[in-house]
Design a protein around this ligand. Structure first.
Ligand SMILES: [Mg+2]
Length: 173
């Protein structure tokens, strides 16, 4: 179960202490797209997200969108945020993460992955040895992900909650 527990839990991408991450040696931020950077029904990043990503690049982070969605879905975000992106990543599988590490020459300890789902984003990051950061989903999933994923996500969350490892709304970093 420890592999499903985020290292950091924050309300949204806007409440993360990026300077602290920088100080702890993080060089690269992997952002999930759907419900982390943007609501699933929205096809372009908003101004607030744009300015956040620009400020992170200014701070010296390499920012990469790592999503399980299609290239078509990701492309407008990649272009408007001016960052690199990986589509169809099949998180939590390791392949895409390993590819990114190889391309950008990054150690496990230099990467933080930010996402809204325990079974893809957090489990995926933890098994790689990255710093894992959970944020609340921007909108709910009802119509977008399978009943199976919803069921499994809820189950993992419930178990972590029971073990005292994660409580909704009790943020930490
Ligand atoms: Mg997501």
């Amino acid at each position: 179960m420890e592999l499903f527990r985020p290292d950091i839990y924050q309300k949204s991408i806007f409440t993360i202490d990026y300077k602290k991450l920088k100080k702890s040696g993080i060089k690269c931020l992997l952002f999930d797209l759907d419900n982390t950077l943007s609501a699933m029904s929205i096809s372009l990043p908003d101004a607030k997200t744009k300015s956040l990503i620009a400020s992170l690049t200014d701070l010296g982070f390499r920012v990469i969108i790592v999503s399980n969605s299609s290239k078509k879905r990701i492309e407008p975000f990649k272009d408007h945020l001016n960052v690199d992106a990986a589509a169809r990543s099949f998180k939590p599988l390791k392949n895409k993460y390993l590819k990114i590490q190889k391309i950008y020459n990054l150690k496990d300890t230099e990467i933080a992955a930010i996402g809204d789902q325990l079974i893809t984003d957090i489990y995926g990051a933890n098994r790689m040895g990255f710093t894992s950061i959970l944020v609340n989903p921007i909108s709910n999933y009802e119509f977008f992900i399978s009943k199976f994923s919803q069921f499994f996500e809820r189950k993992v969350y419930k178990k972590l909650n029971k073990m005292g490892l994660l409580t909704k709304g009790k943020y930490y970093d």
